[in-house]
Design a protein around this ligand. Structure first.
Ligand code: ASP
Length: 600
């Protein structure tokens, strides 16, 4: 390939910029050949860069003009995804050749010089045809996938959102401070990624699940207002929308209460929404954890539509339908979901919902339709008129509605009906796809009972402060202790969570002990935090927002992988680089590690 002079690389515009007001201008563009059409006498090239597409035209030159002839021949030889630089004049396409779908669709550039900057082998897929290849292939050739305008738009918006976050926080006096990646196990409750240390034999670093302890220590260090757009690592089984490494906007502030953290977060989210061209409410509704569980069956309520769940245990506890009454007595939960107009559901649709509920662990799905003033469906004949009347009243159900019932343990009943509520609302289109409904979930319990492990577990993490008026119940009635924690939820997706922290080492010890973390374990795992709390820790609190998830919502993308430049697959693999991969023996021996492959 010939040497390329620097001048050829100088661009006057991007491929998304030119408009009819530029007609007559001499311009230089560079980019990738998105498509070529040779109409015998005229060659059309769609030239693409991150910013857009511009049509470039090479006309058959007058006979005898050898330089122009050579350029024309070169234009005819161009193939998809070759990289070229073009100089030429902007001209109108004329009404009948305009492309209203492209912002540059009114103009084209008449090529006057053309340089091939690089050729491309035949690509494994055209960026525009990404839908015809597997995601694995798209991720393997991510550099081609990234040429799709949608990807460029997503990453551009991601950048704008990060900038908006930084601008708001900078204006409020926050400092962005980096915290270590090679660190000790951190306490978000997931599995750690471990990194063996070469210099300390048989010792490992853990990649941080979040900067939680460091940001608290920054507060003890007097940094006052901290934030960081930071990568976190959690070695979890990757459900549909999780990544082993993901990005958080992490914040911590000293001398604050819940109200302050929520206020700052609202301001950040308002700026994020503005950057994405969306509005954000002046007042974000707050809902207690108890109310969320009661009405929505989950702690991240989708508040775009109502269709609440109703606890009907009291109404059905003595009824003759044993599935209901036998559940209530031993502490189970019977709840109903009333679907307006649902009596129209066919048998097949109801069977479909029963199967759907089954995926979430339902042993069955009882239902009653209200038709011609009467209850129909299996339980109907076991429900007295009085019970039926009270069900209608409590569920605000009327003629033409259907009631779905689940009777199970409280956790299962809520899980199943919460999922069914979302499914039915989606099917009935009870909300617009581009609608945003925000809410803060507040008043969380500090701990929940983990029956399997037989111990109390943090609802948030072990550094969350109990409500101070509840602190005396830490030992006597832990389940009744409320936490100073808050979650921000949008459209049923948890976008972030945080809390006011414990800043008193004595209280922190009691919290550890409640969680079954004894003195020795606390000293070994979190001794450095306990030490720091002894030396003048200010009251402090913070929050972390999931950046990938926020960008995904703002872009309206179906997957986190659509808003991360180099994501991993659901098996935690990077198809581009092939990570994770085996390492050679020398690397292993330097680390004093030996791989023992278990026998088949
Ligand atoms: N460290 C917490 C998390 O990653 C957030 C916080 O409490 O600030 O979920």
């Amino acid at each position: 390939m010939e040497a390329i002079s620097d001048d050829v690389l100088k661009r006057t515009h991007t491929c998304g910029q030119l408009r009819d007001t530029d007609i007559g201008a001499k311009v230089s563009l560079a980019g990738w050949v998105r498509s070529y059409r040779d109409h015998g006498g005229v060659v059309f090239i769609d030239l693409r860069d991150r910013d857009g597409i511009t049509q470039v035209v090479f006309d058959l030159p007058a006979e005898g003009d050898q330089a122009a002839q050579a350029m024309y021949e070169l234009a005819r030889a161009l193939r998809n995804e070759w990289v070229i630089a073009v100089t030429g004049k902007v001209r109108s396409r004329g009404c009948e050749r305009e492309n209203p779908k492209l912002p540059t669709g009114k103009i084209e550039v008449l090529g006057e010089s053309l340089t091939v900057l690089n050729r491309s082998d035949t690509v494994p897929f055209e960026p525009d045809e990404f839908g015809s290849v597997s995601e694995e292939t798209r991720l393997k050739y991510r550099y081609i996938d990234l040429r799709r305008p949608v990807m460029a738009r997503a990453l551009t918006l991601r950048h704008r959102i990060c900038k908006a976050m930084r601008d708001v926080l900078d204006a409020k006096g926050f400092l962005e401070v980096e915290t270590p990646f090679l660190t000790k196990s951190t306490p978000e409750g997931a599995r750690d990624f471990l990194v063996p240390s070469r210099m300390s034999q048989a010792c490992f670093y853990a990649l941080p699940q979040s900067p939680q302890l460091f940001k608290q220590i920054l507060m003890v260090g007097g940094l006052d207002k901290y934030f960081q757009i930071v990568r976190c690592f959690r070695d979890e089984d990757l459900r549909a929308n999780r990544q082993p490494e993901f990005t958080q906007l992490d914040m911590e502030m000293a001398f604050v209460s819940e109200r302050d953290v929520i206020g700052v977060t609202n301001d950040v989210l308002r700026a994020v929404c503005a950057a994405a061209g969306k509005s954000f409410p002046d007042e974000v509704p707050r809902i207690s954890h108890a109310e969320a569980m009661d009405k929505y069956g989950c702690d991240r309520p989708d508040t775009r539509f109502e269709m609440f769940l109703h606890d009907v245990g009291d109404i059905v506890k003595d009824c003759e339908f044993k599935v209901f009454s036998a559940t209530v007595a031993p502490g189970g939960l019977v709840k109903a979901l009333a679907v307006g107009g649902g009596a129209k559901f066919t048998r097949k649709e109801i069977d479909g919902y029963t199967a759907y509920a089954g995926d979430f662990g339902a042993k069955g799905l009882a239902w009653c339709k209200i038709e011609n003033g009467e209850f129909t469906g299996t339980p109907a004949k076991f429900l007295s008129e009085g019970v039926q009347a009270r069900l209608r009243e409590v569920c605000s159900a009327g003629e033409g509605d259907i009631l779905f019932f689940v009777a199970d343990t409280p956790a299962n009943t809520n899980k199943i009906l919460a999922a069914l509520r979302l499914k039915i609302a989606g099917d009935l289109k009870l909300f617009d796809a581009d609608e945003f409904a925000w809410c803060w979930v507040v008043d969380w319990p500090l701990v929940e009972w983990d029956a399997e492990a037989g111990r109390w577990d943090s609802m948030h993490h072990p550094f969350t402060s109990p409500r101070l008026t509840d602190a005396d119940k830490l030992e006597s009635d832990p389940g009744a202790v409320m936490a100073r924690a808050y979650d921000i939820v949008c459209n049923g997706v948890e976008l972030g969570g945080g809390s006011i922290r414990i800043h008193d080492p004595q209280l922190q010890r009691r919290a550890f002990s409640l969680l079954g973390i004894g003195e020795d374990e606390a000293a070994e795992k979190f001794g450095f935090l306990l030490d720091a709390l002894r030396y003048g820790a200010p009251p402090h609190g913070g929050i972390a927002l999931g950046l990938d998830r926020i960008v995904m919502m703002m872009v309206g993308a179906p997957s986190l992988r659509d808003v991360i430049a180099f994501p991993k697959t659901q098996r935690g693999v990077c198809p581009l680089t092939g990570a994770p991969a085996e390492v050679d023996d020398k690397q292993l021996s330097e680390l004093d590690l030996k791989i023992i492959v278990p026998p088949e």
